[in-house]
Design a protein around this ligand. Structure first.
Ligand code: GDP
Ligand code: MN
Length: 337
């Protein structure tokens, strides 16, 4: 694969920053979303400050913050100080977060213990599992998010390296996209040993949900028999909640959830989202946001397409982009273009 050869170009009309426009820009029905704890205040504020500087001060999209505990006055005050648009602080309903009663606690405890002994990242953590299940199947059901169709997921302590001088939400909407990513990589097999088997069973029972021209060949090197562990790194997502709210994904999530795999293993929201979008959407509904320079420790995506790094005045090193790392799945992504 060769750098920059297969990228979709973003048409110039999206590059008109509203500050250069005399009229008020059209906005999408969108919000910028962050799940955070009160203890994340310092790093959450920094992420907001950066995305505001690089993008949102020109667009003023509303922010939504979610937490399974009430946000502290300090958190709310510090975030409101740096956000340019409206800010909503929401509580995650109990049943969207905590482990359901029907999970066999002995089995779940044993699984956590085993994964911790095996030194699997977050292997012993219950709260991490709650978070992954919430991000897989519940965030878009939060009452505050009912008002929105599009979201941009942001985490504490991430970095945006380039000026974003167009509206990615409108780009998604006008080009019939459902899911946008910046970084793609391999998942740890030990966290999802039975996930692919479960997906295959679901597809066998519900073949009608498979999209024509889907992206199965990004997920699999043998036409769908086995999972190659490639997924979109979900700490960055720009996506359409109508996709998660739709019949295919709703049934899919319920099917996965019923196996208990979020607790008996450690299924991440990244592989769950990625598998669904790669199977139930057309491959050209998935968008690689090459022009958004993005960093979540320890990896950075730096624009690689011709002229993009210059256009964005990016602070990242274009030669050190994760896209070129052996652990990146950019080669699988390029293969299906
Ligand atoms: P990693 O990126 O996989 O290492 O996981 P993070 O620790 O960054 O967590 C992912 C996202 O979920 C971040 O936005 C965190 O702020 C958030 N998060 C993780 N655990 C919790 C939790 O127990 N409560 C809340 N409210 N947010 C959490
Ligand atoms: Mn993170």
């Amino acid at each position: 694969w060769s750098a920059g050869s297969t990228l979709e170009e973003i048409p110039d009309k999206y590059y008109i920053a509203p500050e250069h426009n005399v009229t008020q820009p059209r906005r999408a029905n969108a919000t910028i979303l962050m799940l955070a704890r009160n203890s994340d205040a310092d790093s959450a504020v920094k992420s907001v400050r950066e995305l505001e500087d690089k993008f949102n001060r020109k667009y003023k999209y509303p922010w939504v913050f979610l937490n399974e505990e009430p946000f502290s006055e300090e958190f709310k005050k510090r975030i409101s100080n740096v956000a340019s648009g409206e800010v909503h602080f929401g509580l995650v309903p109990h049943d969207h977060w905590f482990q359901p009663d029907w999970i066999d606690e002995e089995k779940a405890t044993a699984a956590r213990k085993k994964m911790e002994d095996d030194h699997i990242i977050y292997g012993g953590s219950l709260s991490y599992r709650n978070m992954c299940r919430f991000n897989s199947g519940f965030f878009y059901r939060n009452p505050i998010l009912q008002n929105y169709r599009w979201y941009w997921r942001v985490e504490p302590d991430v970095h945006f390296h380039c000026e974003i001088d167009y509206d990615p939400f409108l780009y998604m909407e006008e080009n019939d996209k459902v899911y946008g990513f910046t970084i793609t990589m391999y998942e740890y097999l030990a966290t999802i040993p039975t996930l692919w088997d479960t997906v295959q069973k679901f597809i066998k029972e519900n073949p009608q949900y498979l999209a024509p021209e889907n992206a199965v060949n990004y997920l699999s090197d043998d036409g769908g028999k086995s999972f190659n562990l490639c997924h979109f790194w979900s700490n960055f997502e720009i996506a359409d909640m109508n996709f998660w709210r739709g019949e295919a994904y709703s049934k899919f999530f319920d099917y996965l959830d019923a196996t208990g795999g979020f607790y008996y293993e450690r299924w991440g929201d990244a592989p769950v989202h990625s598998i669904a979008v790669s199977l139930f959407a057309r491959k050209n509904q998935i968008h690689f946001f090459d022009d958004i320079g993005y960093e979540h420790n320890p990896y950075t995506h730096c624009p690689r397409g011709a002229g993009k790094w210059e256009k964005g005045k990016c602070s990242c090193n274009p030669d050190r982009s994760f896209d070129y790392d052996g652990y990146s799945c950019m080669k699988q992504w390029d293969r299906i273009q």
